[in-house]
Design a protein around this ligand. Structure first.
Ligand code: BEZ
Ligand code: FE
Length: 301
C-alpha cells in the first residue's frame, strides 16, 4: 500500500516536471513580436514535447533521429530535396495542401506539387505533343476549363509534366533534354487537348534516408501513375493537381505521398493500333490511349 502510494506520487512528480519544461519552453517564445510566428513556435513546442512524452523517446532514439536528419541534409542539393520527400511520405505536404485548398463547390481537387516542375517548359499549340522524345505509349488528353457555374474559361494557362515509361522525368537524366512537359492555353471555349505518354507508376527517389525509412516500414516508394497539371487563370485560384489512371494496381497498394483523390482517377481508354487518332496523327501502327479531364476552378477570393 505504502509502495503503490509512493509510486503514484513519483508518477505525479515526473508528469509535473515534464509539463513544467514544456511550459517553460512555450513561455520562452512568448515575446516573439510576430504573432503568427509566436503561434507556430509555441504550437510546435507543445506538439514536439507531447510526441516525446507519448512515445517515451529514448536517448538512443533521439540520437538516431538526429543522425537521420543529418543524412537528409547531406543528400540534399539543388536537384535533390530530401526534406520535401520526408514531408511528402508523412502526408505533411498533402495535409498542408488540404488546409490551403478548402473544398469549394465542385472545384477540382488539388494534390501534391512534387519536385519535378520546371519553369522552362516549351509552349505547344492545341493538340500538340508534350512528349518531346519521352518514351511511352502515346496518350491523347482533352478537356475543358470552366468556373464553378460551368462557364468556359478561355486563355487559361495549363502546364503539364510527367515521367516517361521508364519512370524518369527529363530533369533526372544527366543531359539537357526537355521532354514530357509543356504549357499551352485553353481556346475561347475553354477547351484544351494534347498528346503525352500514358502515365506509369514510378518510385520517388529512394536511395537516401527517406527510402530506408520506407523500407523499414514495409512501405512502397512507388507513386501511382499520374500526369501533373498546374492551371492558372485570371481571378481564379491556381490549381496544382494530377490525374491518376483507373485500374492502376498501385492505387490499391497505395501512393507513397498520399496524393490520390478519388475524383482525380480518370479512365485512360486503351485504343488498338487500328483506331483512328482524334487529329489524324500517324502512330506507325502502335497502340495509344485517351483520357478526358474537365477542370473546374474556384474563384481566387
Ligand atoms: C512527383 O509526383 O513528381 C513527386 C511527388 C512527391 C515526391 C516525389 C515525386
Ligand atoms: Fe510526378
Amino acid at each position: 500500500m505504502i509502495d503503490s502510494t509512493s509510486g503514484a506520487r513519483a508518477e505525479l512528480e515526473q508528469a509535473r516536471r515534464e509539463q513544467e519544461l514544456t511550459d517553460l519552453v512555450v513561455a520562452s517564445f512568448g515575446l516573439t513580436g510576430d504573432a503568427r510566428l509566436r503561434q507556430v513556435l509555441q504550437s510546435a513546442t507543445r506538439h514536439l514535447h507531447a510526441f516525446i512524452r507519448e512515445v517515451r523517446l529514448t536517448e538512443g532514439e533521439w540520437n538516431n533521429g538526429i543522425q537521420f536528419l543529418t543524412e537528409a541534409g547531406h543528400i540534399t542539393d539543388e536537384h535533390r530535396q530530401e526534406f520535401i520527400l520526408l514531408s511528402d511520405v508523412f502526408g505533411a505536404s498533402m495535409q498542408t495542401i488540404a488546409v490551403n485548398n478548402r473544398a469549394h463547390g465542385n472545384a477540382t481537387e488539388a494534390t501534391v506539387f512534387g519536385p519535378f516542375h520546371t519553369e522552362d517548359a516549351p509552349y505547344i499549340e492545341f493538340g500538340g505533343d508534350i512528349a518531346g522524345g519521352a518514351v511511352g505509349e502515346p496518350c491523347w488528353v482533352e478537356g475543358t476549363v470552366t468556373d464553378l457555374e460551368g462557364s468556359p474559361i478561355g486563355g487559361a494557362r495549363i502546364e503539364v509534366w510527367e515521367a516517361d515509361a521508364d519512370g524518369y522525368y527529363d530533369v533526372q537524366y544527366n543531359d539537357e533534354r526537355v521532354a514530357g512537359r509543356a504549357w499551352f492555353e485553353t481556346d475561347a471555349d475553354g477547351r484544351y487537348a494534347f498528346w503525352g505518354v500514358t502515365p506509369t507508376p514510378y518510385p520517388i527517389p529512394h536511395d537516401g534516408p527517406v527510402g530506408r525509412m520506407l523500407e523499414r516500414a514495409g512501405r512502397s516508394p512507388y507513386r501511382a501513375a499520374h500526369l501533373h497539371f498546374m492551371v492558372t487563370a485570371k481571378e481564379m485560384r491556381t490549381l496544382v493537381t494530377h490525374i491518376f489512371v483507373e485500374g492502376d494496381p498501385q492505387l490499391e497498394i497505395g501512393d507513397s505521398v498520399f496524393g490520390v483523390k478519388d475524383s482525380l482517377i480518370k479512365r485512360f481508354e486503351r485504343q488498338s493500333a487500328q483506331t483512328p487518332t482524334p487529329d489524324g496523327r500517324d502512330l506507325a501502327g502502335g497502340t495509344w490511349s485517351r483520357s478526358k479531364f474537365d477542370i473546374m476552378l474556384a474563384p481566387a477570393s
